[in-house]
Design a protein around this ligand. Structure first.
Ligand SMILES: NC(=O)c1ccc[n+]([C@@H]2O[C@H](COP(=O)([O-])OP(=O)(O)OC[C@H]3O[C@@H](n4cnc5c(N)ncnc54)[C@H](OP(=O)(O)O)[C@@H]3O)[C@@H](O)[C@H]2O)c1
Length: 304
C-alpha cells in the first residue's frame, strides 16, 4: 500500500513533536512546517515557513491527503497576538489544505478552553479558530480535538506543579472545590492514531481527557501525591487576587526579557475556572480510542 502523505504544523513543539514521531513510526510520509529548519531529518521532511506565509503553507500541504494543524500560540501579551497566530494562522492552513485539492481530512488541535471563549484571550482565539476552519472546510472532513491540559515528556507548563507535588507541596490556584482534568501526551497521540484509522466524518468536535470521572479535585491531587510519597502533602493556596498581582508583574517583566508571557491577567480566569471536566464518550464511540494513562500512574512512574 502507498504510504499516506501527511502534512503537520507544530511539529517542533511539545505535542506536535510526539505526533510527528508517531506518524513516522506508522510509515507515513511526513511533511512538517518549521520556522527554523528545512530538509529531511529523522524521517520528516521539514518545510521552512510560518503560519503567516501562504506560500510555505501551500508547499507544506502539496499532495497531502491528511493535514494535522497543531501549531499555535499558547503564550501572548494581547488578544491580538493570539488572534493572529491561532485564528488567522488556522484559517490560512485550512485554506491551503482546501486549495491543495488533495486533502481529504483535516485535524485541528484546539483546546478544551474553546468551550469557554469568554475566559481568556487564548480561549477566545481557540474558539474562533474552530469557527474559521469549519467555515473554509470545503469538501474536507474536519475534526476538532479539544484536549484538556496536556502533560508528559517535553511539557514545561505542568511539570513544575507535578514536581512540587511529589516533593510534598500542592500549589492550589482557584477555588478549593475546583474540578480539573489532564491528559497524557501519549494518550493524546494515540487518539490522533485512532482518528487516522477511523472513517472520515464531515465535521466533529471531540473533548479529550484521561477519562477520570468527575476529574481531579485539589484534595484528590494531594492524596495521590501523599500515597506515592508515603508522606504528607502541604497545600499552598494562591488567591485569585495574588495570582492577578503576580500576572501583572509577569506581564511587565515579559516586556523587559522580550518573551511572550504565559501568566497574564487574562490567563488567570482560565486557570481558576472551577470546572474543567469533560467526557471522552464522543471520540471513543467514533474512533475506539480509550485513554490508558491516569495521573496517578504517570506520577508514580515519572512519565512527565
Ligand atoms: N499543552 C497543552 O496543555 C495544550 C492543551 C490543549 C491544547 N493545546 C494546543 O496544542 C497545540 C500545541 O501546543 P503545545 O503545548 O505543543 O505548544 P508548543 O510546545 O508551544 O508548540 C507550539 C508549536 O506551534 C508552532 N508555532 C507557533 N506559532 C507559529 C507560527 N506563527 N508559525 C509556525 N509555527 C508556529 C511552534 O513553532 P516553534 O517551535 O518555531 O516555536 C511549535 O512547533 C496548540 O495549538 C495548543 O493550543 C495544548
Amino acid at each position: 500500500m502507498t504510504p499516506l502523505t501527511i502534512a503537520l504544523t507544530g511539529g517542533s513543539g511539545f505535542i506536535g513533536g510526539q505526533i510527528a514521531r508517531m506518524l513516522v513510526a506508522r510509515g507515513a510520509h511526513v511533511r512538517a512546517l518549521s520556522r527554523t529548519q528545512s530538509g529531511l531529518e529523522n524521517g520528516i521532511l521539514w518545510i521552512k515557513g510560518t503560519l503567516e506565509d501562504e506560500d510555505s503553507l501551500a508547499r507544506l500541504v502539496e499532495g497531502a491527503s491528511i493535514v494535522i494543524h497543531c501549531a499555535g500560540a499558547v503564550r501572548g501579551r494581547s488578544a491580538r497576538s493570539f488572534q493572529i497566530a491561532n485564528v488567522q494562522g488556522s484559517r490560512r492552513v485550512a485554506q491551503a489544505a482546501c486549495n491543495s485539492g488533495t486533502c481529504e481530512r483535516f485535524l485541528l488541535m484546539s483546546s478544551l478552553a474553546a468551550r469557554h471563549p469568554e475566559l481568556s484571550w487564548y480561549a477566545k482565539s481557540k474558539h474562533d479558530a474552530e469557527q474559521e476552519v469549519l467555515r473554509v472546510a470545503g469538501t474536507m472532513g474536519i475534526t476538532i480535538f479539544r484536549p484538556t491540559a496536556v502533560y508528559g515528556p517535553g511539557d514545561r507548563e505542568l511539570r513544575p506543579l507535578f514536581t512540587w507535588l511529589l516533593k510534598g507541596l500542592l500549589v492550589r490556584l482557584g477555588a478549593r472545590d475546583s474540578h480539573l482534568s489532564f491528559v497524557h501526551v501519549f494518550d493524546l497521540v494515540a487518539a490522533v492514531a485512532h482518528w487516522l484509522g477511523s472513517p472520515i466524518t464531515k465535521s466533529a468536535i471531540y473533548e479529550i481527557s484521561d477519562g477520570t470521572l468527575g476529574g481531579y479535585s485539589w484534595k484528590g491531587l494531594a492524596k495521590i501525591a501523599a500515597d506515592i510519597r508515603a508522606a504528607p502533602v502541604r497545600s499552598l493556596a494562591i488567591s485569585t487576587t495574588v495570582l492577578r498581582t503576580i500576572a501583572c508583574a509577569n506581564f511587565a517583566i515579559s516586556y523587559m526579557v522580550r518573551r511572550a508571557p504565559m501568566l497574564t491577567t487574562s490567563k488567570v480566569n482560565e486557570l481558576t475556572h472551577p470546572d474543567w471536566t469533560c467526557s471522552n464518550t464522543a471520540i471513543t464511540v467514533a474512533t475506539g480510542w480509550i485513554p490508558q494513562i491516569k495521573l496517578r500512574r504517570a506520577l508514580q512512574e515519572g512519565l512527565f
